[in-house]
Design a binder for this molecule. Structure first.
Ligand code: ATP
Length: 230
């Protein structure tokens, strides 16, 4: 379980205070206007942002003393996930060992992960020889391979067309379920939340304006959600 408890963050003159609980193994979508603080929440969980008061717990463990690399978290961004000078397999292998010194068994894991995202035929290609969707699948393979209990997705499929985005959402949900991972995903598409998320939270002006199970969330909109949805 992820528990964010009265987390306070100040960035210049912008401030945010957030509390949010995400059940272990579930999928939470963060929606909301630009600049509301969605990415800031993910960055705080990943340890990229120092925070003031408040706490973040993952499976009961306080994240405060842990450096980003030691947190039980993998993060996937909209782009810039892959190194252009490395092959797809090498990029995925970074998830196991940043020095790329892998034994035979570990390389097998890399190829198994590529298999899971249906990229096994492209292991030796450079990222530039992949489509946008294939690149995101390679990034996803690396995130899965790291076997961290929490997967943070920051608009990972925003650049993809609607059909491909839907496919990627299904893929990420299926793989996370199989691997028992908890997901928090930032999206600008409420339909993505409806489709894939167990729980949705509306982030607005540095606070959670509405949160609940996705099936009832959109059926019972607050004024804030009505305004966001237009
Ligand atoms: N390093 C920083 N220094 C100062 N202010 C920042 C910094 N990073 C973000 N902010 C501000 O914090 C606020 C929240 O930003 P954040 O990126 O979390 O929003 P968001 O909801 O993810 O927006 P978007 O949907 O546009 O990506 C914004 O007002 C932004 O300008």
């Amino acid at each position: 379980m992820i528990r964010i408890d009265h987390l306070f963050i100040a960035l210049d003159d912008w401030q945010m205070t957030v509390s949010l609980t995400v059940k272990a193994g579930s999928f939470c979508a963060l929606i909301g206007p630009s600049g509301a603080g969605k990415s800031t929440i993910l960055n705080a969980i990943a340890g990229f942002l120092p925070h003031g008061s408040g706490q973040i717990f993952i499976d009961g463990q306080d994240m405060a003393p842990l450096a980003p690399a030691d947190r039980p978290v993998s993060m996937l961004f909209q782009d810039h996930n892959l190194f252009n000078h490395m092959t797809v397999a090498q990029n995925v292998a970074l998830g196991i060992n940043p020095t790329l010194k892998l034994n035979k068994q570990q390389w097998q894991k890399v190829h198994d992960a590529l298999d899971q995202v249906e990229l096994s035929g492209m292991a030796e290609r450079l990222p530039r020889a992949l489509s946008g969707g294939q690149r995101q699948r390679a990034s996803l393979a690396r995130a899965i391979l790291r076997e961290r209990p929490v997967l943070l997705l920051d608009e990972p499929f925003a650049a993809l067309g609607p059909a491909l985005r839907k496919d990627m959402l299904k893929l990420v949900s299926t793989l996370a379920e199989k691997n028992g991972q908890t997901i928090i995903m930032v999206t600008h598409h409420p339909e993505d939340a409806r489709l894939a998320a167990d729980q949705t939270a509306l982030v607005q002006d540095g606070a959670i304006a509405q949160v609940g199970p996705s099936e009832t969330f959109f059926a019972n909109p607050t004024e804030a959600l009505k305004a966001y949805m237009g």
